[in-house]
Design a protein around this ligand. Structure first.
Ligand code: GDP
Ligand code: GDP
Length: 438
């Protein structure tokens, strides 16, 4: 089920990063072997009561002159309007209500998106409450006083935020139709692929009307089945600052990936796989989505009998953190192996939702343990009692052991390989949770 997206918008220095960090806390997942993606805190998962959402910080680098602040804020607000389910608009009680706030508030109001207005740095409610009322003038609802630095008022704020979540994202009428995000660097061929799908005889298209977020969704019928493609290609922005453009593309990728069941990471065969591809693929990996690497423009390169092999090796090397990813070599231009791509999409979705019975799983486990002893430390050996699958999308397993500290990363990897040998799970990551049995 895809998580709602909440975006934080506000002028520089009002406390966006402080709020972001206060909410994200230690929960920011750091996947050590995924390059690049998680180092800058652009997005994080937050759980409040029983709701989990993806939070994005739209604020980028500090503008160096005040006249570009407004244009940057408009840019931020637009990203939020395009991508978020709920927008937190944050202002600063010390600086008071300024003109730029009013302009951005107008823009947010016109978008029709739910906005939660927050006034930060209210470190003392008694002292500042009169000043907080001033923010009613923005015309976007009741201002909620918080102190991000002191973690005050955050509960009230989050109550408002989750109130505005869509009922249940998955009960929309298209809830059962597989959603496929196409991500990749500029010019790899993302829009060409979508256009090809639209142009094929066998494909029937209907544009999905609706919110801004759906505007880039394309519904495609392939051999009698429906698919929704989420295309990030048309979303390129002209920005002056490199960091801003990168931040924007990360946000777009994250929100597209978040809504998808399967992610197609597109790579340009004529260029080969690059570090930038690895970063983009890392987002899909980190979110536990099904992943297909589509090596596009296969028509454009010279080939012999070793070409596929060479490309495969190189991709496996650069994307070493996702050995499970499926690979297809396609041409968006000629349509080469597009049907293979659809077959792979179907297979990956099946794998993402595969459930293994506990009995069968534990047969594999005992065989694996018999073949390779679990690790030990200071004379104490790891005992694995049993294992059970607790979730799908991605398939998630809980392993019950005598002592969590003894479970070594490499042993988990070993068990993962055994499970994959037995059940496949191609195209999907697997998640393991180690628990001590009391
Ligand atoms: P951003 O530019 O919007 O991301 O703002 P920052 O999070 O970097 O915060 C800007 C400044 O405001 C920093 O010096 C923070 O310590 C300070 N600040 C943030 N939240 C609060 C708060 O709740 N109370 C006070 N007094 N200062 C805060
Ligand atoms: P996007 O930025 O990822 O959406 O990439 P585009 O779809 O705009 O494609 C960028 C360029 O690559 C265009 O000039 C396309 O014609 C070209 N292109 C896309 N797919 C293919 C392909 O399969 N083969 C060849 N030869 N060119 C392609």
């Amino acid at each position: 089920m895809s998580k709602p997206v909440v975006a934080i918008v506000g002028r520089p220095n009002v406390g966006k990063s402080t709020l972001f960090n206060a909410l994200a806390g230690e929960k920011i997942s750091i996947v050590k072997d995924t390059p690049g993606v998680t180092r800058d805190r652009i997005y994080a998962d937050v759980t409040w009561l029983d709701k989990t959402f993806t939070m994005i910080d739209t604020g980028g680098i500090e503008p160096d002159s005040s006249d570009i602040i407004l244009s940057q804020m408009r840019e931020q607000a637009q990203i939020a309007i395009d991508t978020a389910d709920v927008i937190i608009f944050i202002t600063d009680v010390h600086q008071g209500l300024v003109d730029a706030d009013a302009k951005v508030a107008d823009m947010l109001r016109r978008s029709g998106k739910p906005v939660v207005l927050v006034v930060n740095k209210v470190d003392s409610v008694q002292k500042f409450m009169m000043d907080v009322y001033e923010f009613y003038n923005l015309g976007i609802g009741e201002p909620i006083p918080i102190s991000a630095a002191n973690r005050m008022g955050l509960g009230d704020m989050l109550d408002e935020v989750i109130k505005d979540f869509p009922e249940d994202a998955d009960t929309e009428q298209d809830g059962d139709i597989p959603k496929i995000a196409i991500v990749g660097k500029p010019n790899v061929g993302k829009s060409s692929l979508v256009n090809k799908l639209l142009g094929e005889d066998r494909v029937i298209v209907s544009d999905i009307a609706g919110t801004t977020r759906d505007a880039v969704d394309t519904r495609v019928k392939w051999q009698g089945k429906d698919y929704i493609f989420i295309d990030t290609a048309g979303l390129r922005r002209k920005g002056k600052v490199k960091e801003e453009i990168e931040r924007y593309s990360v946000i777009r990728t994250v929100t597209a990936v978040e809504r998808a069941d399967v992610v197609i990471v597109m790579i340009d065969a004529s260029e080969g796989v690059t570090e930038q591809d690895a970063k983009i693929a890392g987002i899909a990996h980190e979110r536990g989505k099904g992943v297909i690497i589509a090596v596009n423009k296969w028509d454009a390169i010279e080939k012999n009998d070793k070409t596929i092999y060479k490309h495969t090796n190189r991709i496996r090397e650069v994307l070493a953190y996702m050995p499970y990813a499926e690979l297809v070599f396609i041409s968006a231009k000629t349509g080469l192996r597009i049907s293979r791509m659809f077959e792979t999409i179907d297979a990956v979705i099946e794998n993402q939702t595969l459930r293994i019975q506990t009995g069968v799983l534990n047969e594999i486990l005992s065989e694996a343990v018999a073949m390779q002893q679990p690790p030990s430390d200071k004379g104490k050996r790891l005992k694995i009692y049993y294992m059970t699958q607790v979730a799908v999308k991605p398939p998630t397993f809980v392993i019950f052991v005598n002592d969590k500290e003894l479970m070594h990363f490499s042993y988990t990897r070993y068990l993962e390989n055994k499970i994959r040998d037995a059940f496949g799970f191609a195209g999907t990551s697997l998640k393991f949770i180690v628990r001590e049995r009391g």
